[in-house]
Design a protein around this ligand. Structure first.
Ligand code: CA
Length: 232
């Protein structure tokens, strides 16, 4: 199933044409024809991208954009019948990602949608989130979750897990893991790493003998398993 596009446009023939072309391109399309319905539709449907007309009944496109941007960075392409530079600049300043000036060819809209989605997906990958299997680390908020459940990790646990997850299936020695913590070598550091790993396993619900996440490689160190349970 393709990405979901919310089209906010009150001119029925334009909405119909845009819907047709986007559906042919494989996207799911929802149309809303009133500015006041835009925010509820956005909240309920969680679209991947919004096509937003500037001139709308009840709440204009600029205001819709401003309100969506208070809570979301969803890609927005503005449609504008006006050609004045100021409208485009205001739209982009409000956080629209791109704009298309009417009259437009529907193919152009589809091309813009593709380009903006590709750019947005690139930003997500470039952003500081690391996902391996069902474990996700967010380096911005320093939060972690497994299968959607939040994990309460200490800073060291987070850093060790991040080091292991950055190279799934690759064995890291205790010394390499200590390096990741920015700590100098000290007597007994191996036991300290082992304790962090033990705590991580408990929090991940992992079992050292039948690891799903962190496997012990005896005499060498630890590795993160890329998703497949050892006992599957
Ligand atoms: Ca309109």
């Amino acid at each position: 199933m393709g990405e979901k596009i919310l089209v906010i446009e009150d001119e029925a023939h334009i909405a119909r044409t845009v819907r047709l072309y986007l559906e042919q391109a494989g996207y799911q399309v929802l149309v809303v024809d009133d500015g006041a319905l835009a925010l509820p539709a956005f909240r309920n449907e969680r679209p991947n991208l919004i096509i937003l007309d500037l001139m709308l009944p009840n709440l204009d496109g600029m205001e819709v954009c401003r309100q969506i941007r208070q809570t979301s960075s969803v890609p927005i392409i503005m449609l504008t019948a006006r050609t004045e530079e100021t409208d485009r600049i205001v739209g982009l300043e409000l956080g629209a990602d791109d704009y298309v000036t009417k009259p437009f060819s529907p193919r152009e809209v589809v091309a813009r949608v593709r380009a903006v989605l590709r750019r947005a997906q690139g930003q997500i990958q470039a952003s500081s989130v690391l996902c391996v299997g069902d474990v996700t680390l967010d380096f911005d908020s320093y939060t972690a979750n497994v299968a959607g459940q939040p994990l309460e990790l200490t800073r060291y646990e987070f850093q060790i897990l991040a080091a292991l997850m950055a190279h799934p299936q690759r064995v890291l020695s205790r010394l390499q893991l200590l390096d990741q913590l920015g700590e100098a070598t000290y007597a007994g550091y191996e036991r300290v790493i082992d304790q962090h790993i033990k705590n991580l396993r408990i929090k991940l619900g992992d079992d050292a003998r039948h690891s799903r996440y962190i496997a012990t490689v005896y005499g060498v160190g630890y590795k993160f398993l890329a998703g497949a349970p050892a006992d599957a």
